[in-house]
Design a protein around this ligand. Sequence first.
Ligand code: PHE
Length: 461
Amino acid sequence: MIKKTRETFGSTFGVIAAAAGSAIGLGNIWKFPYITGEYGGAAFLVVYLIFIAAIGLPIMLAEFVVGRKGKRNAFGSFKRLVPNSWWRYIGYLGVASAFIILSYYGVVAGWALKYVVASATGILHNMSSGQILGYFREFTTSPFEPLIYQILFMFITGLVVIVGIKKGIEKYSKILMPLLLVIIIILDIRAVTLPGAGEGLKFLFYPDFSKLTSEGVLQALGHAFFSLSLGMGVLITYGSYVKRKNNLMKTASEVTIADTLIALLAGIAILPAVFAFGVEPGAGPGLVFATLPNVFQQMTGGMVFSVMFFVLLSIAALTSSISILEVAVAYFSEELKMKRKLATIMATILATLLGIICSLSFGILGDYKLFGKNFFDLLDFIAANVLMPLGGMFIALFVGWVFGKRRTKNELEYGGHINKLLLNGLIFLLRYVAPIAILIVFLNGIGFFEIVKNIWFKCNG
Ligand code: PHE
């Protein structure tokens, strides 16, 4: 049986800290700069920001509403709100996404751990920009070393989840995320004053829409979901731990703003440096690791900052990875009635094993490709650009049409009055804008319309 009283977050700030801790992670600091570099800079950023505001924020609210009302994990909340309906299967999508994301997330978090060690030994401090890139390549393509760090990170993730919600999550993210913000701002100041940084700022803020591709638009959408931890039940699960008196609208807005701000600040630290040191903006997943050590070299006390930065990056990754693992664990323990500890150990091992294949796809498994992507990129694509937007679409449809306006209003008003216009706007976005936009961007991104057009032209001569 499920325990009568579920754990709740101790304070309002605890909710924000935990949800922001989930949202802010490698997505902001590692992924955002490199996909912005890959998909055209400012134009990509504009599209991303539109998706965050018009689709991300409403869906975040929808997840909080479902979770707090349903009081269960992603699967169980739907089951409880609409018994005997197929909506609960959205929960399966979430559990599948959780495993996939956790697997490659652990790999990149392992890289961050490795860079803590590398920074502390000072080895990066005397390298040229080419050597720094070489160092990253050599490390990620070697068969064993990355696995050690990945396994270590996954072990810590599992351990924190076993310790429990409040103690595990709330305590750490409260102090450390603001500290990360401070370090990024210091990095920003150094990066934008580097000779040649202007080119990078132009790249980041001066849009050239001719550079935007349909795959880029899909990436922007997928990343809005990935970065805000949406569409897979993390925030349904967290919402279920939120007390009634908490104002969900305020919490969701604050988390969205904090997440977007950190991504932008990370972009301002990295892209100017990319141009200043002649790194290729489309260099892919290694971009941050190949760029930032150059910036630290140019700072007084750079070595200390470098260690602190990679420690905090690892912790930011940890507060995200525990939230991902929590989705799987809550499902196994509440729905399949498995012991929490056993569920955590099993889920961690499974995700680690899948992650090992991801890690090896940078080296010895690099030749195995599907749709031109290695295993790592493929899993990232499936989770962020397919499963999460799809999950988000269903959650939007559920709250917009099934849960409905009246109940949403009630749920949002526990923490304070909600303006009528705002409520109507939210429901409109959830009912129409989010689902239709997701469908179009998705079909366009996978080339569906191109195929239809070709068939049409063939048939009509
Ligand atoms: N939002 C996290 C990040 O940006 C990643 C994440 C994805 C966390 C999905 C939870 C769920 O790093």
